[in-house]
Design a protein around this ligand. Structure first.
Ligand code: SF4
Length: 324
């Protein structure tokens, strides 16, 4: 990210700031601005990561979501594993993961995730999943099994989970998962509440917010994290309100990145938000009290997650030192 405009961290939301933006096009594939372009993945590290994932039969959100950072991340052997199969029971307008009736849960998956973490030598792993509304527990126990397998086989690896909303069963799911003690619990709000009916029709904004609040209620020592996509038609003040909502749920870490339309069938980009506008959002978010904020066009939930985990711990220690 190149924040090249100065924004005061104490700037008020009402201050009129001019945020330049590049309008999106709605004629099929949208032309991306220069700050979005990334290199095609070709490195040896990328190939090795891909081979390992295939050998262990693991899906990754890096591939399924067509993440633009895959070249950079996989070269460094950072991958976000997607458990519970590669087929989602929802059909969100922004998401490239395929929709349908998923296969049975793979009992070997937890061990395979642990082997991948050990073979890649990961100091930090991000594990996410598809939505599994077909399962009685929404897939919560598979998260628990994966955390337990990682603790057994890769004890030096810190664990970040990025879960679905566990619709109508989130309290029980959160209770089980929190008891397994991941280091970071992430659940993305994705967009502002006004856009839920079109962008995330199967989800409810306040249910997602309650899930985040419930993680902290069960265990305040677990870091919580949530993310937003920019460029879907949200207004600046709506984004600020979501930041306030997240802070009221005691969310520690906010990530914000540009929404990119995976195919012409998905929601179109309404706006390419500039790096300067992301810097402005980041400054506002920091002023609202998040321990950590990552906001740039290419920021994704799991982008630089290992480095950010170290920053989160340092920020908490610094905060405790000033309050004690
Ligand atoms: S940002 Fe996350 S999803 Fe994208 S390639 Fe990196 S690890 Fe994978």
């Amino acid at each position: 990210m190149s924040p090249d405009i100065a924004i005061s961290p104490t700037m008020s939301e009402a201050d009129p700031i001019s945020i330049p933006s590049v309008p999106g096009r709605s004629d099929g594939r949208q032309r991306k601005p220069d700050w979005i372009r990334v290199k095609a993945p070709t490195s040896a590290g990328f190939m090795e990561t891909r081979k390992l994932m295939r050998r262990l039969n693991l899906a990754t959100v890096c591939e399924e979501a067509a993440c633009p950072n895959i070249g950079e991340c996989w070269t460094k052997k950072h991958a976000t594993v997607m458990i519970l199969g590669d087929t989602c029971t929802r059909a969100c307008a922004f998401c490239n993961v395929k929709t349908g009736m998923p296969r049975a849960v793979d009992p070997l998956e937890p061990e395979h995730v642990a082997v991948a973490a050990a073979e890649l030598g990961l100091s930090h792993i991000v594990v996410t999943s598809v939505d599994r509304d077909d399962l009685p527990d929404g897939g919560a126990m598979q998260f628990v099994r994966v955390i337990e397998a990682l603790r057994r086989n890769a004890p030096g690896t810190t664990i970040e989970i990025l879960t679905p909303d566990f619709r109508n069963k989130s309290e029980a799911a959160v209770e089980k998962i929190v008891a397994a003690r991941p280091d970071v619990y992430n659940h993305n709000l994705e967009t502002v509440p006004r856009l839920y009916p079109t962008i995330r029709p199967g989800a409810r904004y306040y249910a997602s917010l309650r899930l985040l609040e419930s993680v902290k209620r069960h265990d305040p020592t677990i870091f919580t994290k949530s993310g937003l996509m920019a460029g879907l038609g949200e207004e600046r003040l709506e984004v600020h309100q979501v930041m306030d909502d997240m802070r009221s749920a005691d969310v520690d870490f906010l990530t914000m990145g540009q929404y990119l339309q995976p195919t012409p069938r998905h929601a179109s980009v309404q706006e390419f938000v500039t790096p300067q506008a992301f810097a402005a959002y980041a400054a506002i978010a920091r002023a609202k009290g998040f321990l950590l904020v990552a906001a740039s066009p290419l920021t994704r939930s799991s982008y630089h997650a290992g480095d950010d985990f170290a920053k989160l711990k340092a920020a908490r220690e610094a905060k405790l030192a000033t309050t004690s």
